[in-house]
Design a protein around this ligand. Structure first.
Ligand code: PLP
Length: 400
């Protein structure tokens, strides 16, 4: 008899985005002329940069010629892309790594989801509340116990160090959904905790390109000692509009160890390499060339312009919300704005009000965890003209 992985039964029903889609579809069916503006899903709206498009065309042409055709890519990535990452994202910022500490993938989600394969199911996992749900669900699938870290509003939603011992710590900075960032002191405290407790930090910096404050670390490896306790997950999705193209990378330093049942240290770099070469057959050549183009001089200029466009939207949202009388967080070093719903209104009630009376779609905070109740996420990933229109509508409804 074939049996299932029972852990899947412990997953909570993930109805957040399907419920949003259902409500929006029903509203549109009843109001076919309504112009609904989505500031809900965290997906990019702007086209790929010219540099990326050019690189894609060139790589496609290479595949059309027997002399330049490529088959299977190296499982952990081509050197041309790893070297571009190394030089631009790390060496240029004073962080020394070697190219065999970089693992190219098809976006951060799959590596975030699979990294647990190389760690024991007995490890205790710590996540923030509210949280990007992938950290929770992938660990529930593997049967791990999850502890929620307090993220108090008065501490700008920074995940607080627990009193007890945890083994796997997910930190997301800039944060989805709260738009907050962890500063150097906070990251240093986490690195010290991980070193003391022989824990590992899984640092998700998918939104690092949105950091404008030069004092905020973009990489956990800016913190002394982090290479011994942290893995870093990065993505071209939000940096360069690759959500539909799919490319990211994971840094697993060679100094990073976990322990076997006898307490002997084992290299996570070696285990992750073994994992990827067994379960992954490499990111497409064409896509890796496209990612490489993000680091060309033109590519960098174009990428920064698109990020500035989204961050200008974030400013419009923040200013609009403040004028309309809301308390809002984030939106300065992150493309997410985390606003407090009006007194006495749950995040789903606010969702309904915004949809029905302003024709705006956002994301109810409670969908990111119990502490998200009373909050609401808006994203800066939208057309600027729609963002302006959305803010005018909110002003008209809420300004008093
Ligand atoms: N990490 C965070 C915090 C995210 O918000 C997302 C996507 O929304 C991802 C990782 C996954 O990104 P991707 O798989 O597109 O690289």
């Amino acid at each position: 008899m074939i049996t299932i992985n029972e852990n899947f039964k412990a997953l909570s029903e993930n109805y957040l985005f399907s419920e949003i889609a259902r409500k929006v579809a029903s509203y549109k069916a009843q109001n076919p002329k309504a112009e609904v503006i989505s500031l809900g899903i965290g997906d990019v709206t702007e086209a790929l940069s010219e540099s990326v498009i050019q690189a894609l065309h060139t790589a496609v042409d290479e595949m059309a010629d027997r002399a330049t055709f490529r088959g299977y890519a190296p499982e952990c990535g081509y050197d041309f892309l790893k070297n571009a990452i190394l030089e631009n994202d790390y060496l240029a910022r004073g962080i020394s790594l070697s190219s065999d500490e970089i693992f190219i993938n098809d976006g951060a989600k799959s590596s975030l989801g699979h990294f647990g394969d190389i760690l024991s199911a007995n490890n205790i996992v710590a996540v923030s509340d509210p949280v990007y749900p992938v950290y929770v669900d992938t660990n529930v699938m593997e049967g791990r116990k999850i502890t929620y870290l307090a993220c108090p509003p008065e501490k700008e939603f920074a995940a607080q160090i627990p009193d007890g011992k945890v083994d796997m710590i997910y930190l997301c900075s800039p944060n989805n959904p709260t738009g907050s960032v962890l500063n150097r002191g906070q990251l240093t405290a986490w690195v010290e905790y991980a070193r003391k407790h022989k824990a590992v930090i899984l640092f998700d910096s998918a939104y690092e390109a949105y950091i404008s404050d030069p004092t905020i670390p973009r990489s956990i490896y800016e913190i002394n000692g982090a290479k011994e306790v942290a893995v870093e997950f990065r993505s071209f999705s939000k940096t360069a509009g690759f959500t539909g193209v799919r490319c990211g990378y994971t840094i697993v330093p060679k100094k990073l160890q976990a322990y076997d049942k006898n307490g002997s240290g084992v290299s996570l770099n070696a285990l992750w390499r073994r994992h990827q070469s067994t379960k992954f057959n490499g990111t497409a050549y064409i896509i890796q060339r496209a990612a490489e183009a993000v680091y060309s001089i033109q590519g960098k200029r174009q990428t920064l312009a698109t990020i500035a466009y989204y961050m200008n939207n974030a400013k419009t949202i923040l200013d609009g919300l403040k004028r309309a009388g809301f308390k809002a967080h984030g939106g300065v070093n992150a493309p997410y704005i985390w606003l407090e719903t009006p007194t006495g209104m749950t995040s789903w009630e606010f969702f309904d009000k915004l949809l029905n009376e302003c024709q705006i779609v956002g994301t109810p905070g409670v969908g990111f965890g119990p502490s998200g109740e009373g909050y609401f996420r808006l994203t800066a990933f939208a057309k600027a003209e729609n963002v302006e229109k959305a803010m005018e509508r909110m002003m008209a409804l809420f300004y008093s």
